[in-house]
Ligand binder design. Sequence first.
Ligand code: HPA
Length: 236
Amino acid sequence: MPTAHNEAKKEDIAKTVIMPGDPMRAKYIAENYLDDYKLVNKVRGMYAYTGNYKGKRITVMAHGMGIPSAAIYTYELFNDYDVDNIIRVGTCGAYDSDIQLRSVLLVDEAYSDTNFDVAQGGTNKEILKANEYLNDKIENEAKDLNVNLIKARVYCSEAFYTKDEVYDKMYNEHGCLAVEMESYAVFYNAELFNKKAACILTVSDSLVTKEELSSEQREKSFNEMIELALKTAVKL
Ligand code: HPA
């Protein structure tokens, strides 16, 4: 059923949705990996495409930046479109000096000091977990693809530009190995609707060394993560 933010018909959204933050990434995935795909949402430029990957119907839709944006789109996918599985594919900044740029992280826990949960009407929780079943499937596919996955607790932050004290606190006191800005919202809504969500991240920058990936390197490591997400989706 179309919503205020999504004009897709219910039947045009698949049961498994892969979600990058950036709409241009959703377009890239559709154009490079899906057969017979069609653009099913363009409201606010938050593109969604539905097509086939190795014969499996999959939707790729962007969720934008930050908890509120990701929360709106994932809420509607679970609640209005009856989606079963959401796999976020994003980037993160590393807090740990042992984690190299281009590494692929599998989030097992999202730590956040956000007030989103209370604002939504829920109870205040600092840590939300990824779905174990989905994470097991992702780990199995990673073995097959020879992708070295690092399982991690990440900090789901509400601020991109943060002071160095934040990094010290989240790494040393809360055990977060990297920072991103949406996993908490995706996991929250999965829990709210008793659905499944997971989050795979590539390390695009380091808060320790201040290094960043070039756009070419970003694309290469992104492809590895996309294949992992798509191949997992085929098995669901
Ligand atoms: N902070 C938050 N989100 C991010 C970062 C970061 O440094 N890098 C990639 N996503």
